[in-house]
Write a new protein. Structure first.
Length: 310
């Protein structure tokens, strides 16, 4: 089960579709094998980059079933965020019955004030029971800024909150502040960072335990985490810097998922880079720019350590 000691890379998985927009469950097998071979520590599905709002409830359950079965011993965290608690609770029960390690919850936009955010998570715990969850702090998506004091209150009153999925931006000082509060009595949470890993080496240096994000080269995320844990900071930055142009390109709002799926198709991981509509596809010019970056990346990483020893 997910707990506060979680660390390393919990890769945010895309959801594979065929050209007609139907779930590609065979493609899910290839995708999970690819992530496992990259050395990830866990998987997170049905996040924002997993196109979760575009899936019907049964489709979400079917996809979770296939991933959990294929992942074996790798823990799988499932995004269950929803406007209503009934849908959230139903999906949580379904995936936990299938063997999920825990769930990820982002508060909905529109909550007014700190008390409302704390109450929302308390209501979630009441709805889902004794299920470990990650608090997704993603103000760019829902417009909610969650202060460290509110995170501390959630940790104190919702004992099944075991992780902070950190995506505030700028957010490096927030990681420092959370870790500082833990030295003064706040219950420790695992901190895994998102935002495509665009600040990953710095977040790890500030006290993050790893990454819970996507990126079409998960072996880079794994390598940076392992190099930083081994005290090889300069090598970690060298590896990260080689990937930074593509990381930045993938981080673009709107088109980022299309970029990630395009690269995964180019790498032979996905059969199709199709998204479920409504979607924003990449242009011919964008594809050419990505191809250019992939060629440069191949040259730049030839002599770099992709992974460090565990």
């Amino acid at each position: 089960m997910l707990n506060e000691s979680a660390r390393g890379v919990y890769i945010i998985s895309v959801t594979p579709f065929d050209e007609r927009g139907a779930l590609d469950l065979d493609g899910a097998d290839r995708l999970i094998d690819f992530y496992a071979e990259a050395g990830v520590n866990g998987l997170t599905i049905l996040g924002m980059m997993g196109e979760a709002p575009k899936l019907a409830h049964q489709e979400a359950v079917d996809f979770a079933h296939r991933v959990i079965a294929r992942a074996g011993k790798l823990p799988v965290v499932v995004g269950v965020s929803a406007p209503g608690l009934a849908w959230l609770a139903a999906l949580t029960k379904a995936v936990m019955d299938l063997g999920a390690a825990g769930v990820m919850i982002a508060p909905p936009g529109g909550l007014k004030g700190d008390d409302a955010i704390v109450t929302y998570f308390q209501n979630c715990v009441e709805a889902i029971g004794n299920v470990p969850f990650a608090l997704q702090d993603f103000p760019q998506a829902n417009g909610l800024f969650i202060p460290v004091s509110v995170i501390e209150r959630v940790a104190a009153t919702c004992l099944t909150c075991v992780m902070l999925k950190h995506e505030d931006w700028p957010g490096l000082d927030k990681i420092t502040a959370v870790r500082a509060r833990e030295k003064h009595g706040m219950r420790r949470l695992s901190i895994l960072s998102g935002n495509c890993g665009i600040f990953l080496p710095f977040e790890l240096a500030r006290g993050a335990d790893g990454a819970m994000t996507g990126y079409a080269y998960p072996e880079m995320l794994v390598g940076v985490c392992r190099l930083m844990a081994a005290g090889r900071r300069s090598e970690a930055h060298d590896l990260f810097d080689a990937h930074l142009p593509l990381v930045r390109y993938e981080q673009q709002p709107g088109v980022g998922l299309a970029v990630r799926k395009y690269v995964l198709r180019r790498r032979g991981v996905l059969k199709s880079d199709a998204q479920r509509k409504p979607s924003l596809d990449i242009s011919r010019e964008t594809a050419a720019e990505i191809d250019f970056m992939l060629e440069r990346l191949e040259r730049a990483t030839t002599s770099l350590p992709v992974r460090a020893a565990s």
